[in-house]
Design a protein around this ligand. Structure first.
Ligand code: NDP
Length: 455
């Protein structure tokens, strides 16, 4: 068997090395596998990438910072959590990627997200490297004061590792406007500097128009681009969406605006199916439920009698629909669920979440030749507008909603074009968007790394 140091090691040998070096880190290994299979094909005849061990280097984070986060709850108990920042690769710009607060956060989850982010950020065409951070802290059920104390303690360590030219975190699952506000306030207090060190800020203190909407809207723009490529449209089509957070509710809003019908939303308890469709008023109600009252999606059925709730963590993929937008979390759509979608006639899947479909599920979509937009391309609108928030902060200006809206539309078109350029297969017009995104994302980072030599 080839050694991992062999410059011509094959895919199996390479993955064997990844598994050996990252024992038990299943999400990270899954993410590397998904990229490696496409990149190996691409670099087969490109000696420079082999001899410089580029993929091996991208799959080894620049650094992983792990730290203790102590805080006091409302009953004066001392609580201890773990925090991390994974800085994967800064070849093309400062590290950039969200912060996730959720009990399921582990080093493996953050390493997979930082790895994916490296390719996603490259695809946007903006100068941003890949990073991700977070904690196993669960904000659910905590008071505002508890969340504030946790965020302040988290930033008291994190501030040493970030900066506007070093690493610029943003929100993610469990980190929205409230948490960003607490963390930015603490950074400013410790450093005595106002600088664009976090994105996803509120408009009053340097946030960007269009940032809250950007990921969900962008995933729908990507879907529209895929459909247009096959002379189809969103209008008149039914859609199943998972999640009910920032990405899901904004995706739902854009689908409705473009004439589609949204049938489902979900959270970790289960999903609601509303055969009448989610109108803008109903989506506004869900946004209020989730961000202000911090309630559960099942409460929707008490308010809107047309809907039914399916509990025990049920997911919406067995509901018949033309389009699907997974917008909750990783590995939330498996092989059987992908088959159910295909059997029910789904024509396109656009991922608002990061790595929501398992590798077996992706294979089902590919074999059925349905349009499948992976998260690293389809949900890149969020980080793209974060990049624009950084530019506005650096220039001390703010652009208006209209300008940012058309920039987002153009950025998503550009990402779609790159995927088509590197992912087009055969004469039937089928595009392998995973391959397209992986190769286009890889190439820019790899070429920058080649220019730097061995560092
Ligand atoms: P939010 O915290 O706003 O919402 C997350 C949603 O997903 C909630 O409805 C939550 O339900 C549900 N969820 C979380 N974990 C699970 C789980 N284990 N099983 C089932 N449902 C779950 O997060 P976002 O909307 O910001 O993020 C959603 C996805 O989009 C993530 O994969 C994130 O990485 C990705 N993403 C987000 C970006 C952004 O700009 N926000 C940018 C790019 C990608 P519950 O309330 O029960 O926890």
């Amino acid at each position: 068997m080839a050694s991992v140091y062999d410059r011509h090691v094959d895919l199996d040998g390479f993955m064997e090395g990844v598994k050996k070096r990252n024992p038990g880190q299943t999400e990270f290994i899954q993410a590397v596998q998904e990229v490696a299979q496409d990149v190996f094909d691409f670099i087969e005849d490109k000696e420079a990438y082999h001899s410089a061990q580029i993929l091996r280097r991208i799959a080894e984070p620049d650094r992983v910072v792990s730290f203790r986060v102590c805080w006091e709850d409302d009953n004066h108990n001392i609580r201890v959590q773990r925090g991390w920042r994974v800085q994967n690769n800064n070849a093309i710009g400062p590290y950039k990627g969200g912060i996730r607060f959720h009990p399921s956060v582990t080093e493996s989850v953050l390493k997979f997200l930082a790895f994916e982010q490296t390719f996603k950020n490259s695809l946007t065409g903006l100068p941003m490297g890949g990073g991700k951070g977070g904690s196993n802290f669960n904000p659910k059920g905590k008071s505002d004061s508890e969340v504030m104390r946790f965020c302040q303690s988290f930033m008291t360590e994190l501030y040493r590792h970030i900066g506007p030219d070093t690493d610029v975190p943003a929100g993610d699952i469990g980190v929205g406007g409230r948490e960003i506000g607490y963390m930015f306030g603490q950074y400013k207090r410790i450093t005595n500097r106002w600088e664009g060190v976090l994105t996803g800020k509120a408009l009053e203190y340097g946030g960007s128009q269009m940032r809250p909407e950007a990921t969900g809207y962008g995933a729908v723009y990507f879907l529209r681009n895929m459909l247009k490529h096959q002379s189809k449209d969103i209008e008149g089509h039914t859609t199943v969406i998972s999640g009910s957070g920032n990405v899901a509710t904004h995706a739902a809003e854009k689908i409705v605006e473009l004439g589609g019908k949204v049938l489902t939303l979900s959270d970790s308890d289960g999903f609601v199916h509303d055969p009448d469709g989610f109108s803008q008023d109903k989506i506004d109600w869900v946004k209020e439920l989730k961000t202000k009252r911090r309630g559960r999606i099942s409460e929707y059925c008490d308010e809107f009698k047309s809907a039914t709730f399916h509990g025990d963590g049920a997911r919406p993929w067995n509901v018949k629909a033309d389009l699907a937008l997974p917008c909750a979390t990783q590995n939330e759509l498996n092989e059987d669920e992908a088959k159910a979608l295909v059997d029910n006639g789904v024509i396109a899947v656009s991922e608002g979440a990061n790595m929501p479909t398992t590798l077996d599920g992706i294979k089902v979509f590919h074999d059925a030749h349905i349009m499948y937009g992976p998260g690293k391309a389809a949900n890149a609108g969020g980080v793209a507008v974060s990049g624009l928030e950084m530019s506005q902060n650096a220039e001390r200006i703010s652009w208006n909603n209209e300008r940012l809206g058309s920039m987002l539309t153009e950025l998503m078109e550009g990402i779609h074009e790159k995927c088509v350029e590197y992912g087009s297969q055969g004469s039937d017009g089928y595009v392998d968007y995973v391959k397209g995104a992986n190769i286009a994302g890889f190439k820019k980072v790899a070429d920058a790394m080649l220019a730097f030599g061995v560092v």
